[in-house]
Design a protein around this ligand. Structure first.
Ligand SMILES: [Zn+2]
Ligand SMILES: [Zn+2]
Length: 145
């Protein structure tokens, strides 16, 4: 089935100069639709049910290719495994210390006031906020005005 997202993913891969193989398409679509910043292992477990021939190695390799083509980025936090994010505009992350989930935050990361001493070259900036997500704190969305 060709969905809008699949079509868009295919165009993104072509624009990035990589071949939109079946596995690449599956992995990119999964990361985009899961929006929970899955680890390579989570991706493997879910997709292996659909693609019995899938190996962990091909998941890692594919993630590497997609990251190199700037269709994904990795988010690593607290020394746990790398998680993958297909939302490319600059943004921060909220990490729930109870369930461990990572949520996207709208933050103008570049304008955050950080003084980089002279002589240092910044190549990447990540912004993390730690706390408890509404699910874990029992926050009831329906009472929110
Ligand atoms: Zn939580
Ligand atoms: Zn994110």
């Amino acid at each position: 089935m060709i969905t809008d997202m699949n079509l868009e993913n295919m165009q993104r891969m072509k624009a990035a100069g990589i071949r939109p193989s079946y596995v690449r398409m599956k992995i990119l679509s999964y990361i985009r639709s899961a929006s929970n910043h899955p680890t390579a292992d989570m991706i493997y477990k879910v997709l292996a049910e659909e693609i019995p021939t899938l190996s962990r190695t091909s998941v890692y390799n594919t993630l590497c290719v997609l990251e190199g083509a700037q269709l994904l980025r990795n988010v690593s936090i607290d020394g746990e495994g790398m998680r993958f994010d297909a939302f490319m505009p600059d943004h921060g992350h909220f990490r729930c210390t109870k369930c461990g989930n990572i949520f996207d935050l709208e933050i103008d990361v570049k304008s955050a006031e950080v003084k980089i001493p002279s002589g240092f070259t910044e190549t990447r900036r990540d912004l993390f906020v730690y706390g408890i997500c509404p699910h874990c704190s029992g926050f009831d969305e329906s009472t929110k005005k």
